[in-house]
Design a protein around this ligand. Structure first.
Ligand code: NAD
Length: 440
């Protein structure tokens, strides 16, 4: 496999980890520096040595591929795609596939590292991976997206597989993307391989409850965190940043649980209604127009102002680095539950902790998706399907038990929930490394 990779990739080995967390991050932080700073803190807490630190800070395998695309008008474009496998000590690598114009190798490295910690923290038998193509899916027809997805899949074919690395949806991709990946992989294998992806359509072997699993998990954690902060969810208010696969359903489930969702945003703008937005009507509007902007049931709000709303709960469910040292001091929410991966920089974390804001980290809060992806994989292996209510109750049980575990660890050691969660996860991965030993 190593020879194959060397022959087919422009693979790059990352630099040494930056062991000292940045003190300020307004202009220098990237998702990768953030992820490495979080790892460095966990390593120092656990008292692990430099050798293990370097190994955990460095992806195990990286693939950069050129993805040529024939456009509908006959012209040709070239995109760059990535697949990074951060760690597979606890099982096959697992992680989403992102289509966004600004995707780069460092972002994918960070997202892959967070996947390793998430899988370890939730005790699902996977390592971490992530993929991406630097493409804006909104600029392409469905036929073009199908061609780019199939070509990318065929370029990364040597390193993926149900026992190697299993992609799933992320920003800009969905169950249709997963169906194309599954078909491309299956055609190349000569037989149908449903376990190559999770987040597939249910008619192709997807799991009940997968599409909304991340949002359900975010909601279970948000309700537990509000109660922990002494707030009654039925008398609480929330703002949700991002109205995509995670944010839209999180807003809906929070509203169903009695939380008044007063503000919601997407990349085009935000809407606000102090009495609470009608989330079903907002979702209809967003489906019809492609954005929350222009929704008649609320007033327009500046997108950046969404994070500073006077609410009890803030759910960032869009992109990385939105809470940084330039705005963390202005956050009014008492509780932040990270639907997105990496929305809070380390400097913002410190400011929020000093100000008494409870931040529930991504690797715990948004793990519902990977839990039900794991259920999808288990069901495929058993060729047996669980009912939606079975999936949902197993998801809730896993999320709340991880919440209790992280909370207990944090309180016993006076740590932030992020440091506790990262340390617990790193400890599990390090234990797998220790037991397996170093080859040769
Ligand atoms: P998506 O593409 O379905 O939706 C993204 C949403 O964010 C869109 O509404 C978009 O308009 C909005 N957005 C983008 N930039 C924004 C900005 N600067 N300000 C406000 N809104 C902005 O993606 P998704 O699957 O919902 O993923 C969102 C986040 O959740 C990502 O960080 C992703 O890695 C994370 N996540 C997703 C899953 C999953 O199962 N899909 C699981 C775990 C974590």
């Amino acid at each position: 496999m190593t020879d194959l990779l060397t022959a087919t990739t422009a693979s790059t080995v990352s630099d040494a980890p930056n062991a000292s967390p940045a003190t300020s991050d307004a202009h220098i932080a990237t998702p990768l520096t953030d992820a490495r700073a979080q790892l460095a803190e966990a390593i120092s807490l656990l008292g692990y040595g430099d050798g293990l630190h370097r190994m955990l800070a460095t992806p195990r395998r990286e693939l950069t591929v050129a993805v040529p695309l024939r456009m509908d008008d006959g012209s040709q474009r070239l995109y760059t795609g990535y697949r990074v496998q951060h760690n597979f000590s606890r099982g096959p690598a697992k992680g989403g596939l992102r289509y966004a114009p600004n995707v780069d190798l460092d972002e994918v490295r960070a997202l892959a590292m967070w996947m390793t910690w998430k899988c370890a923290l939730l005790d699902v038998p996977y390592g971490g991976a992530k993929g991406g193509i630097a493409i804006d899916p909104r600029e392409h027809s469905t036929a073009e997206l199908e061609r780019v997805t199939r070509r990318y899949t065929s370029e990364i074919l040597p390193i993926i597989g149900p026992e190697r690395d299993i992609p799933a949806p992320d920003i800009g991709t969905d169950e249709q993307t997963m169906a194309w990946i599954m078909d491309t992989y299956s055609v190349n294998s000569g037989y149908t391989v449903p376990g190559i992806v999770t987040g597939k359509p249910i008619s192709l072997g997807g799991s009940q409850g997968r599409a909304s699993a991340t949002s359900r998990g975010v909601t279970h954690i948000a309700l537990a965190a509000l109660r922990h902060a002494g707030l009654d969810p039925a008398r609480s208010t929330a703002a949700v940043q991002g109205f995509g696969k995670v944010g839209a359903d999180a807003a809906r489930f929070l509203a169903e649980a009695g939380v008044r969702v007063t503000a919601v945003s997407d990349q085009y703008g935000a809407v606000h209604r102090s009495g609470g937005l009608d989330i079903e009507a907002l979702a209809d509007h967003a489906r019809a127009t492609g954005s929350v902007v222009g929704f008649a049931g609320g007033e327009a709000l500046d997108g950046a102002a969404l994070l500073m709303q006077d609410v009890d709960l803030l759910v960032p469910a869009a992109v990385e680095g939105v809470l940084h040292d330039g705005n963390a001091g202005d956050v009014l929410a008492r509780v932040i539950v990270e639907g997105a991966n990496g929305p809070t920089t380390p400097a913002a974390d410190r400011i929020l902790r000093e100000r008494g804001v409870l931040v529930v980290p991504d690797i715990l809060a948004n793990a519902g998706g990977v839990i039900v992806s794991y259920f999808e994989w288990v069901q495929a292996n058993q060729a047996y399907w669980w009912r939606a209510d079975e999936v949902e109750s197993r998801l809730e049980e896993r999320m709340l038990s991880a919440w209790q575990h992280v909370l207990g660890y944090a309180e016993a050691r006076d740590l932030s929930l992020r440091t506790a969660a990262t340390a617990l996860a790193v400890e599990r991965v390090a234990e797998a490394h220790r037991l397996r030993g170093l080859y040769p």
